[in-house]
Design a binder for this molecule. Structure first.
Ligand code: PAF
Length: 259
């Protein structure tokens, strides 16, 4: 890691395969600081499934071009040894790391917390930008930063969607043309739920209309605690994850308002 970077610096950790969603994170980082570090590291610790790790898209040359054109001043693609010179000390994500995504991706969030802590230790950013697309990840990173008193301000970035509503994701390129069309059911269900008086039932009803989407979970949670939401919840949010022909997709949306 370069050590002549000028502080304050803003940091965007990524696993590469950059798309417009990442580019929006980099642009937000640039609005916080002239010096913007983008890391590209496919972290094996957060893949519970070896096949998913092997299939994770890698496109370093175009990633560098996209990162620089969005305002990155330093693109850093560390090796495994740079990040984990010794056996890594695993940072447990705790109780909320074991629900929803944590049930379906066992150990995933421990891997995410471990790499993010390590990246923060190496980059020492004043700001770090994370997308709301991975809402549970964002929640857990904020929790870790609070609990470990890490001196970084977490900036939350809105989900960037394709014109037809599909949340941008590095995994979308693995969808066949027909599955790509079917995938719009997720944002349709979220949008209808957000406008509905009974978001939980609307969400599940709309998702069920596309039987090829195999749901891992579809729930309304309290954004502030990750508990299941009820009528008194101030900031309810729908979270969805599932599969289309072997490609796992996740999305979420604030309820009561379209976001
Ligand atoms: O969201 C991601 O791309 C990854 O989980 C992160 C935060 C870069 C850690 O590997």
């Amino acid at each position: 890691m370069k050590n002549d970077l000028i502080h304050p610096l803003a940091f965007v950790p990524t696993m590469g395969a950059l798309h417009a969603g990442h580019q929006s994170l980099i642009e937000i980082a640039k609005s916080k600081s002239d010096e913007v570090v983008v890391s590209i590291f496919v972290n094996p610790l957060q893949f519970e499934n070896k096949e998913d790790l092997a299939q994770y898209p890698r496109s370093i040359e175009s990633d560098i071009t996209k990162a620089e054109s969005s305002g990155a001043t330093y693109v850093w693609a560390p090796t495994f040894e740079e990040i984990y010179p010794d056996k890594p000390e695993i940072i447990p994500a705790g109780k909320i790391g074991n629900i929803f995504e944590g049930v379906h991706r066992f150990g995933h969030f421990d891997g995410v917390m471990t790499v993010v802590k390590r990246l923060f230790d190496l980059v020492k950013p004043e700001f770090a930008v994370f997308g709301e697309k991975d809402f549970q990840q964002l929640f857990l990173i904020k929790q870790m930063v609070r609990e470990l008193s890490i001196p970084v301000k977490i900036i939350e970035a809105k989900i960037i969607r394709e014109d037809d509503g599909l949340a941008m994701s590095s995994r979308n390129i693995r969808l066949s043309v027909s599955d790509r069309a079917r995938a719009t059911i997720i944002s349709k269900a979220l949008t209808e739920a957000a406008m509905s008086k009974n978001p939980r039932s609307t969400l599940n009803k709309v998702l069920a209309s596309e039987p090829s989407f195999q749901i891992d979970y579809a729930e309304i949670i309290d954004s502030d605690s990750f508990e299941i939401a009820d009528k008194s919840t101030a900031n309810p949010r729908a979270i969805v994850a599932g599969w289309l022909s072997g490609v796992r997709l996740i999305d979420n949306m604030a309820m009561g308002t379209k976001s």
